[in-house]
Design a protein around this ligand. Structure first.
Ligand SMILES: [Zn+2]
Length: 200
């Protein structure tokens, strides 16, 4: 029985994946799983000899995918990036395609990457500010969890607060002057508030 891991390209309806397996049937099953498609819907499963050298780590560098004719979507705008488009200098919102590779991600241009970095920074800054605001607004409470709540079109920075004396966490949505607590905690929250008012 063959036990050596080999690389296979498993092609589904829209996308393909590279998997490592000891034989084709296993590769096809693994690929179908990763693509979230049915085993019988896989278009083809073929050996990808070029990637065998990565079998031991399972990590294939982005550059190697491009060199072997694969396309990858830009982590910022979702554009298709492949070697032909890079060679042609395809237009990417005014800049010619010239990818920036960061770890497992590829960006079509440096400005697309810069934009993504700015969005990430903004997201991070919002979290820091929201956490600080919550703890200043509700003294003695600590932020148990931060997340962004989707409410229709709005994205609301939200925290779950651990409030002294409460069974469960209270929810505070940035911009609101009140918190949401479970019914059993209403009295406890009133006590917390009364105590805080006395101290203030
Ligand atoms: Zn892009």
């Amino acid at each position: 029985m063959e036990t050596q891991l080999k690389a296979y390209q498993v092609q589904g309806y829209d996308n393909g994946v590279l998997v490592f397996a000891t034989n084709g049937a296993t590769a096809r099953r693994k690929g179908a799983n990763e693509l979230d498609e049915e085993f019988q819907d896989i278009e083809f499963c073929r050996r990808a000899h070029w990637a065998d050298e990565y079998a031991s780590t399972g990590h294939v560098p982005i550059r190697a995918y491009l060199d072997n004719g694969w396309w990858i979507t830009c982590g910022g705008c979702g554009r298709v990036v492949d070697q032909d488009r890079i060679d042609d200098g395809d237009d990417c919102g005014g800049d010619p395609m010239a990818p920036v590779i960061v770890g497992a991600w590829i960006y079509c241009t440096s400005s697309c990457h810069d934009r993504e970095v700015a969005i990430d920074k903004d997201r991070h800054d919002t979290e820091i500010a929201t956490r600080a605001e919550a703890e200043a607004k509700f003294p003695g409470c600590t932020v148990a969890r931060y997340y962004v709540l989707a409410d229709m079109e709005a994205r609301i920075p939200t925290v779950d607060l651990s409030v002294p004396g409460l069974q469960r966490t209270a929810q505070w949505r940035r911009g609101e002057d009140y918190v949401r607590v479970v019914e059993e905690d209403i009295e406890a929250f009133d006590r917390y508030r009364a105590k805080y008012k006395e101290a203030a």
